[in-house]
Ligand binder design. Structure first.
Ligand code: TZP
Ligand code: MG
Length: 206
């Protein structure tokens, strides 16, 4: 299946508390989310694997792939569709070897050095950001704005998704900057109506 990065939901269990993680994801998918990444910095591997298995069951038949943040072990144990790695996580080559050729593999990049260091032949997409400062990620790198996004997205041979402080009002700027899609946590997780929140992005694309 071709990769649809248009609306990439990254989860945060704490922010999703009002409805719980599974219901939030369920509703967001109804609203048009095209990819889901399970991200949890607190959970044990066992807890995260359990959560991943539940999300995988929930997403079955929806065509929306489940990506695991950082943890190769969890991605393998839950038979997730892919893994998203940061600059200090498992090496891309090691992740590709373990996950196999069909898996979706993404890497976070923030600057030109990281872009040129990325083994693009092993990757399916890059996440570029943060675009703006955000309280959803602790100790995030320096925000790069839409100018930074444009220079990285245009120079990178892979499809890209922009992340960090973004909401539906940013869709056109993200697309103009050359990224294929937009990744969000707080614009969907913890919103009073996650389905409607996701739908706002669809309207912005239309
Ligand atoms: N990586 C860079 S910024 C970020 C991550 C995981 C957090 C994005 O969260 P939000 O709420 O969409 O700004
Ligand atoms: Mg990481």
């Amino acid at each position: 299946m071709p990769l649809d990065l248009s609306l990439y939901l990254v989860t945060d269990a704490t922010l999703c508390q009002p409805y719980g993680l599974e219901r939030t994801v369920y509703e967001a998918v109804r609203g048009g989310v095209s990819m889901v990444q399970l991200r949890d910095k607190q959970a044990s591997d066992a807890q995260m694997t359990d959560q991943a298995r539940r999300l995988k069951a929930l997403l079955a038949g929806s065509g929306v792939p489940l990506i695991i943040n950082d943890r190769l072990k969890v991605a393998l144990a839950s038979q997730a569709d892919g893994l998203h790695i940061g600059q200090s996580d498992t090496a891309v080559q090691q992740a590709r070897a373990a996950m196999g050729p069909q898996a979706i593999l993404g890497l976070s990049i923030n600057n030109v050095d990281q872009m040129f260091d990325a083994p693009t032949d092993q990757l399916n997409y890059v996440g570029i950001g943060p675009i703006f400062a955000t309280s959803s990620k602790q100790d995030h790198a320096q925000p790069i704005g839409f100018g930074g996004l444009a220079s990285l997205a245009n120079a990178c041979p892979l499809p890209s998704v922009a992340i960090g402080g973004l909401n539906a009002t940013h869709v056109s700027a993200v697309r103009r900057a050359g990224a294929q899609g937009i990744a969000v946590i707080s614009a969907i997780c913890g919103q009073p109506d996650p389905e409607q929140a996701a739908r706002e992005f669809q309207y912005a694309y239309a």
